[in-house]
Design a protein around this ligand. Structure first.
Ligand code: PBG
Length: 338
């Protein structure tokens, strides 16, 4: 669509007219934040009676399966509809076998949540880095993640998650063909109604630092640049998203969010599927740190950042701010922001 500008401008055109009164500003605001946009990440760790704050992520904790349900109830009571689970197992091995064990950390957590808070949508992160002794996102052969061997283990992991009640699975390992393999495995096991939210354009980013401390998932050697995307690339994100949709992704994700708003916008404009953005740990930590130092107004900055992600085109936002923002939405505080 090409807009033909009228040939007379000022003083006929006065953009400030629409900014003078708050109800007018409210009427013409193009972007809104809703409780329905939010997905809250939750970390669970093997053990009992745990609620351990993550030092670089104030307000975010690691729970054990027995304590997590209280947190999930709080999340539900705030009006948040969905959460995504990350597990820290007590047993790590070369292949990450905890991920497909009936007594694995995610399976135990799913059992609890589905029994006590069945109405909340539970998404599981599907990866291996938190579960392997070497911290890489799959089976390592000769110092490199072997793509196709990893696919076999991903299939076992998703079927086990679905058997324990996961409502959606979110593969995050940037393994080629992962969406297709997972779709086939779920369908064969009778779970053709379980959607896949693919971490399609996931960059090799320094913004994951605090998460790796939280999830004990930093690689013990090397880095993730042989599977996660190069930060200089946008067109490659198109290719990754396109391939994931062909393979059966129902929702595609761009991650991180803030340094990649151009990618979110491109994906939203190019593809007719919902777009998720992951507002990652480092993005959260920077705001909380600035707030703690007294250098910025953390609440206002948070709202502004989340609006930027929505404005870029994200339909869903995975964010550690979900509880904070839900509280503001419920108290009408976002309204006062404008
Ligand atoms: C991989 C995974 C990571 C994050 C989500 N899923 C870490 C990584 O790729 O190293 C990062 C999320 C965040 O930083 O908040 N399982």
């Amino acid at each position: 669509m090409v807009f033909i500008y009228p040939d007379s401008d000022f003083p006929i055109q006065r953009p400030r007219r629409l900014r003078r009164l708050k109800p007018l500003r409210d009427l013409v605001r193009e972007t809104h934040l809703h409780l329905e946009d939010l997905i809250y990440p939750i970390f669970v760790q093997d053990g009992f009676n745990l609620k351990v704050e993550i030092p670089s992520m104030p307000g975010i904790y690691r729970f054990s399966p027995d304590t997590v349900t209280d947190e999930v109830k709080k999340v539900r009571d705030l009006g948040i509809k969905a959460l995504i689970l990350f597990g820290i197992p007590s047993h790590k091995d070369e292949v990450g076998s905890d991920t497909w064990s009936d007594t694995g950390i995610i399976q135990k957590t799913l059992d609890r949540i589905k029994k006590e808070v069945p109405e909340i949508l539970v998404i599981t992160d599907v990866c291996f880095c938190e579960y392997t002794s070497h911290g890489h996102c799959g089976v390592v052969v000769n110092g490199n993640v072997d793509n196709d061997l990893t696919l076999e283990n991903l299939k076992k992991q998703v079927v086990s998650h679905a058997e324990h009640g996961a409502d959606m699975v979110a593969p995050s390992g940037m393994v080629d063909g992962m969406v297709k393999a997972i779709r086939e495995a779920l369908d064969e096991a009778g779970f053709n109604q379980i959607p896949i939210m693919a971490y399609s354009a996931k960059y090799a980013s320094a913004f994951y630092g605090p998460f790796r401390d939280a999830a004990e998932s930093a690689p013990s050697f090397g880095d993730r640049r042989s599977y996660q995307m190069d930060v200089g690339n946008q067109r490659e994100a198109f290719k990754e998203v396109y391939l994931d949709i062909l393979e059966g992704a129902d929702i595609v994700m761009v991650k991180p969010a803030l340094a990649y708003l151009d990618v979110i916008k491109m994906v939203k404009d190019a593809f007719p599927v919902p777009v998720a953005a992951y507002n990652v740990s480092g993005e959260y930590a920077m705001v909380k740190a600035g707030e703690k130092l007294g250098w910025i107004d953390g609440k206002k900055i948070m709202v502004e950042l989340l609006f930027s992600i929505k404005r870029a085109g994200a339909d869903l936002i995975i964010t550690y701010f979900a509880k904070d923002i839900a509280q503001m939405i419920n108290k009408g505080e976002i309204e006062r922001f404008f």
